[in-house]
Design a protein around this ligand. Structure first.
Ligand SMILES: [Zn+2]
Ligand SMILES: [Zn+2]
Length: 292
């Protein structure tokens, strides 16, 4: 008997009978080629993915990949943790310049936002995001830049008629407030939804989609399952956020779109639905949310 190394890719799950989309993934951070990742996902019924860019370079890559593959759609943005780095003159966490002004300042952020807006107007780019607020990784010194960037992304999504993908980490009240103040775009998706049932009711009232990740399978995630239980079925999506947030029982090992069936099955159990009904709803909801 050999031990499975902790960083080994989990095995292929039983395929879904009804195909679904991974509504939020980062193929550029996963091992193997794009072709391999997509083929592996399709082999278990995950036939569509939304590839999410987190900085100018990653957003260009997302747009190019979506142009090259029919079942890949792109979302483009400066991640909430990226915006303060640009303003403070450290774009991409220290990687070489990516077409934005060096030295930082609000001008550098404006330059990067202009590049995001140009990408957002491409037909295969279906969403602006992930944007929002992250009070876990960004400290008080970065909050102003983060909120300014979030507001700008909301405007871009509205101007370009694209969905908005929200990253909300430890910032529920402020994310909801900024969306109220700016006026949310017609289609708004909370990626890796992390609120409780009360927040789910608030999101439902506003018509926001809630995308559930592998976290919904975690033992300690009862409040998240309570949120899923009360969310209107037509506003529920599924995602990996791979390579992060690998669903149980493979927590800690590398995540990829082919593991979506594990999360779909856990969600179906929470909703008291059979797997096919859950998958049918998820597939329709994702297409409606992103407009593909
Ligand atoms: Zn995120
Ligand atoms: Zn993400």
């Amino acid at each position: 008997m050999s031990r499975t190394p902790n960083d080994a890719p989990p095995p292929l799950p039983e395929p879904l009978r009804v195909a679904v989309a991974d509504s939020h993934t980062h193929l550029d951070m996963q091992s193997g080629t794009v072709e391999e990742g997509l083929a592996k996902a399709a082999s278990v019924g995950v036939t569509t993915v939304v590839q999410v860019g987190c900085d100018v370079k990653g957003s260009h890559w997302a747009a190019e990949t979506a142009a090259a593959y029919e079942n890949v759609h792109a979302a483009v943005a400066l991640h909430p943790n990226e915006a303060p780095r640009i303003v403070h003159g450290d774009p991409g966490g220290g990687r070489p310049g990516q077409g934005v002004r060096t030295g930082g300042g609000e001008g550098a952020l404006d330059d990067a936002l202009a590049e995001i807006e140009a990408l957002a107007s491409l037909p295969h780019v279906k969403a602006v995001g992930e944007t929002g607020l992250d009070y876990f990784r960004t400290g008080p010194e970065g909050m102003a830049a983060q909120e300014r960037s979030f507001r700008a992304h909301i405007e871009i999504a509205k101007r370009r008629g694209k969905a908005l993908v929200i990253h909300d980490r430890d910032a529920h009240a402020d994310v909801l407030r900024v969306l109220r103040e700016e006026g949310a775009p017609e289609r708004t998706v909370f990626h890796c939804y992390s609120g409780d049932a009360e927040m789910a009711r608030e999101c439902a009232a506003a018509g926001y989609y809630m995308s559930f990740a592998g976290t919904v399978t975690f033992k300690n995630a009862a409040p998240l399952r309570e949120a899923l239980a009360v969310a209107p079925l037509e506003l529920v999506l599924v995602e990996t956020d791979a390579p992060y947030l690998t669903p149980a029982p493979y927590r800690g090992r590398p995540n990829a779109p082919y593991l979506i069936p594990l999360t779909v099955r856990a969600m179906a159990a929470v909703r008291g639905l059979d797997e096919d009904a859950m998958a049918t709803a998820l597939a329709a909801n994702t297409a409606r949310a992103f407009g593909y």
